[in-house]
Design a protein around this ligand. Structure first.
Ligand code: NDP
Ligand code: HSE
Length: 442
């Protein structure tokens, strides 16, 4: 039977799914702004429509863009509202956000969240609550903004064993490092720009200290290996100590510096998860991922290497992921389908121990400018069986000291630290060593 326009209108009305929004700051207002453009497409493609029916914020008296409904201060009212069928948590943090999520699941309402801190730090409790309540959690927006990597892991690569993942998964730090490398910007100016553009977390230390990237790495580890690491056990290093000098030396050696997350299996029952500023070869495709863009490399045993690139932060890219989740959640509600299977977080896998990581390193020293010092330092690396692949000793630094920059062959992190400790004790060593990771990603 042909559907008349009136019928179509009626069906769309019947298929409207009520959304309750808790939190309407940078990301929430982006979602509200983009919903009217996305709704007709979602209706056409999935036969459901989304309607914001309640919004809670912390301070309803704050001036904000026009909202489709009056705002309230009490999020419990949003969850209890019978017109709300799906709850979106966009508050951030791990305490109040957990209470909101718990209440939503207990009220029998599916949860959509962009909150990586919540998933990484309280994911076990949350997943078990979801399991008990029989309500799904959708979290595409929690990792890499507009890149649909959660769906890729859950669906596209579901038949693959993951041989490793690596990625630039914090837009703010990538923006800062790009501005430093390309425009000679200083750290603070670039950070302020990232904040103005809506890329940074409310607490921007999460971005620059690598914590946000580690939150995302934990979520990727959960999806890839069924293992959510204890968050505080993940080694994390941010970009604060990456100076313009480091960026310049890296360039002279044919590398760029990116904040890289690495998740890789070690043997059959351990995983290495870490976040650190890392030198990548300038010719690698990830080296040209600039600004707030993210990139994730996944290696499947069947698919081989897969690389995804896209906008990693900001209200529009994040809305894309939130709207995809909302569309899926609404369709599942409409079809009375249980929603996506929750990742299992109870495997026998564990993290590798401290110092067990094996990799390549960049080491910059400031040493006395006199014959024999290079040989002394090289001798200490040699005694620890660490090979040297390049050395840089620029001229004309004056004041009797000179930088010595080494690119080292693969070594255990513990050996590297032992060698560097011995080197910095030399009377010819003038400053603490700067150490960065090197990944060839070949
Ligand atoms: P904002 O700080 O801009 O917004 C937070 C919102 O939550 C505000 O509207 C605030 O109210 C509201 N809020 C705070 N406490 C409460 C409470 N107790 N009850 C009700 N509302 C409350 O954060 P963002 O929008 O930047 O981030 C939201 C989430 O999205 C975070 O988890 C973040 O990590 C994540 N995210 C951010 C991305 C980005 O590009 N910025 C990308 C992907 C994820 P009020 O407006 O009155 O202050
Ligand atoms: N602050 C985060 C970033 C937002 O810069 O990547 C996206 O998750």
């Amino acid at each position: 039977m042909l559907e008349t326009e009136a019928n179509l209108g009626l069906n769309q009305k019947m298929n409207k799914i009520g959304i309750g929004l808790v939190g309407c700051g940078t990301v929430g207002s982006g979602l509200i702004r983009n919903l009217p453009k996305a709704n007709p497409l979602i209706g056409e493609r999935l036969g459901v429509n989304l309607e914001i029916r309640a919004v809670a914020v912390k301070d309803p008296s704050k001036a904000r863009e026009t909202l489709p409904v009056p705002v309230v201060a009490d999020w419990k009212k949003v969850i209890a509202d019978p017109a709300v069928q799906i709850v979106v948590e966009l508050v951030g943090g791990t305490d109040e956000a957990f209470r909101i999520s718990e209440a939503s699941l207990k009220a029998g309402k599916p949860l959509v969240t962009a909150n990586k801190a919540l998933l990484a730090e309280r994911g076990r409790e949350l997943l078990s609550l979801a399991q008990q309540s029989g309500n799904p959690i959708y979290f595409e927006a929690s990792v890499a903004g507009g890149i649909p990597v959660i769906k890729v892991l859950r669906e596209g690569l579901v038949a693959n064993q993951l041989l490793g993942l690596h990625g630039i998964i914090n837009g703010t730090s990538n923006y800062i490092l790009s501005r430093m490398a390309e425009a000679g910007s200083d750290f603070q100016t670039a950070l302020q720009q990232a904040k103005d553009l809506g890329y940074a977390e409310t607490d921007d230390r999460l971005d620059v200290d690598g914590i946000d990237a580690a939150h995302k790495a934990a979520i990727l580890c959960l999806l890839a290996y069924g293992f959510l690491p204890v968050f505080t056990d993940i080694p994390v290093e941010g970009i604060r100590h990456v100076s313009a000098q480091e960026v310049s030396f890296a360039r002279q050696l044919g590398y760029v510096i990116k904040l890289l997350a690495v998740i890789r299996p070690v043997g059959s029952d351990r995983v290495e998860v870490r976040v650190a500023p890392t030198l990548l070869p300038s010719r690698h495709p990830m080296a040209s991922v600039h600004g707030a863009f993210n990139a994730i490399g996944l290696i499947g045993n069947l698919a081989g290497p897969v690389q995804l690139t896209g906008r990693g932060a900001g209200p529009d890219a994040t809305s894309s992921a939130l709207l995809a989740d909302l569309a899926e959640a609404a369709k599942n509600l409409h079809d009375k389908s249980p929603g996506p299977l929750l990742p299992k977080a109870d495997g026998k896998i564990r993290l590798i121990g401290k110092g067990e990581s094996v990799g390549r390193f960049y080491v910059r020293l400031e040493v006395e400018d006199r014959p024999g010092v290079l040989a002394l330092v090289a001798g200490i690396f040699g005694a620890e069986k660490i090979g040297i692949s390049s050395v840089l000793q620029p001229e004309g630094h004056g004041a009797g000291s000179v930088p010595l920059v080494f690119l080292l062959e693969a070594a255990a992190e513990s050996s590297l630290h032992k060698a560097v400790a011995l080197i910095t004790k030399l009377p010819n060593c003038r400053a603490p060593a700067r150490i960065l990771r090197v990944e060839d990603l070949s």
